[in-house]
Ligand binder design. Structure first.
Ligand code: BG6
Length: 498
């Protein structure tokens, strides 16, 4: 019996900041991600402090800002969509750039060229029968809001964000059925600059946190501010998200709107109750973002967690009703890696680009230090089914690798095929377990700028883009081995994984 349902949404995922380029073209404004500069192909740089932003502003002419170039999707979208169609895509995840429509975020009316650009993209996708899956905010916010509001730290950003989200919902609701509000909403607490345009040292000078330099605990004075500000910002994002979900339900009942969080499966390091409790607490913490968005309220335990960590939220009158009325229609998630938790805070290593836990000796690791664990995906999907009983859309997953184009004008990426095969197997098993998975869109289906490293060197695609970290190259597209493999996977609806 076929494991994947007949109308399963096979596809791939991207975001505007990482693909579009077209910097400042047709009236586009700059977002906070346009100010993150390249610092080396293995150096996480999406963790900015005021000194980094000031440097970016002062040395704008000489620093290297890869997000401003993307992969030139703005001009090459037809060619790119044709390649996706050739693979048989049923779904394409992309985001709308807030600053392409509202260059500073403050305009009353959107930029007509920006509005038309997304109509053209949606038309092109529909031409091939590809369903767009649109993220409203894939991290980006207008740079002026960093200066004025310290990003999402201030509730004053909510009305501007709502105006933008309301506009795109009204404008594109007949072309786009599937929507996500915030990409990886939990990222605002993990990486406040990336997820919320928040400068942690905005009020006072602080030293560069050690997390930016390598393993080690975060300085206590930074930790306190981090916890406080990022959870307040998260509350603002929850409110904005629930407001647009309710608006969508009222005005576009044909649309389906989901949350999006970064799923992270955790194992206790040992059977000791201390490690087990720590793993349990961190797992609950990972799920709580979905709790609020899918159940419409803050679970009790997180309120006591906030108390224990001295996190004081300004809740605002009426927030409970807003959250209760803005519950999402489906759960969506990114999944890349699992990690190991210890109850001993002194023993932490950096896992992946931002997370600081322990490596798992039972797993293989990518060349960027991300541990490969398809079984954890199956386990988590089962847990999500039990917790929410909602459809699940896996909207990011994949393997980043250093790659070069061979003389035969392709890339023999058997390691990517192996990674994706094992994860598709795990999803198929979860479906057999009774999980309602509706789609799978692996990340970076066409090579794009890495988010954590702001670099072209970390590649995820089925399609190779001839561009390097400095923006050299033809930007021509080439099919990798995985392109033909994924084409077969889609054509067989997940049955042929060889
Ligand atoms: C997710 C983000 O966290 O991971 C993407 O939503 C990002 O924007 C992806 O690109 C992979 O991370 P990275 O740092 O390898 O690009």
């Amino acid at each position: 019996m076929a494991r994947f349902p007949e109308n399963f949404l096979w596809g791939g995922a991207t975001s505007a900041a990482q693909i579009e380029g077209g910097r400042c073209e047709d009236g586009k404004g700059l977002s906070h991600l346009d100010y993150v500069y390249f610092r080396g192909a293995k150096i996480p740089c999406n963790f900015m402090l005021t000194e980094n932003l000031n440097k970016a502003l002062a040395e704008e002419a000489t620093l290297n800002f890869p997000n401003r170039r993307g992969i030139d999707f703005y001009h090459r979208y037809k060619e790119d969509i044709a390649l996706l169609a050739e693979m048989g895509f049923k779904s394409f995840r992309m985001s709308i750039s807030w600053t392409r429509l509202f260059p500073t975020g403050r305009e009353e009316k959107p930029c007509p060229e920006g509005v038309e650009f997304y109509h053209k993209v949606f038309r092109e996708l529909r031409k091939y029968g590809i369903e767009p899956l649109v993220t409203m905010i894939h991290y980006e916010l207008p740079i002026g809001f960093v200066e004025e509001f310290n990003g999402w730290e201030s509730p004053k950003i909510i009305p501007y964000c709502f105006r933008y989200m309301k506009f795109i919902m009204d404008e594109y609701k007949d072309e786009v059925t599937y929507w996500l509000t915030f990409n990886e909403i939990n990222m605002v607490t993990a990486v406040p600059w990336l997820g919320g345009g928040i400068l942690l040292d905005r009020d006072r000078p602080v030293q560069l946190p050690k997390s930016m330099r390598g393993p080690g605990p975060i300085p206590p004075e930074m930790e306190a501010r981090w916890n406080q500000v990022s959870h307040q910002a998260l509350h603002h994002q929850f409110i904005a998200s629930a407001m647009i979900v309710k608006y969508a339900h009222d005005t576009a009942p044909q649309c389906r709107i989901g949350n999006m969080f970064n799923l992270h499966h955790l194992y206790p390091e040992t059977p000791s109750p201390r490690d087990a409790f720590r793993a349990h607490e961190e797992s609950e913490y990972n799920m709580f973002f979905c709790d609020v968005m899918a159940k419409g309220y803050y679970p009790k335990w997180i309120l006591s967690y906030y108390k224990r960590h001295n996190i004081k939220i300004d809740w605002y009158d009426g927030y409970e009703e807003i959250l209760a009325n803005g519950r999402v229609d489906f759960i969506s998630l990114s999944y890349y890696l699992s990690s190991v938790v210890t109850g001993d805070p002194a023993r932490q290593e950096r896992i992946g680009s931002f997370i600081r836990r322990l490596q798992n000796p039972c797993l293989e690791t990518s060349e960027f230090g991300w541990q490969i664990d398809p079984t954890a995906l199956r386990i988590s999907l089962n847990e999500l089914r039990d917790r929410f009983d909602l459809p699940i859309y896996i909207v990011e997953n994949g393997l980043g690798a250093f790659e070069t184009l061979g003389e035969d004008k392709t890339v023999h990426d058997d390691y990517r095929i192996a990674y994706l095969r094992s994860h598709i197997e795990a999803i198929g098993q979860a479906i057999e377990d009774g999980v309602d998975v509706i789609g799978y869109t692996p990340w970076g289906c066409i090579d794009l700028v890495s988010c954590s490293l702001v670099s072209m060197s970390k590649r995820y695609g089925f399609v190779y883009v001839d561009a390097d970290d400095e923006g050299n190259g033809s930007y021509d597209r080439y099919r990798k081995d995985s392109f033909y493999w994924y084409q077969k996977v889609i054509a067989s609806n997940g049955e042929d994984l060889d």
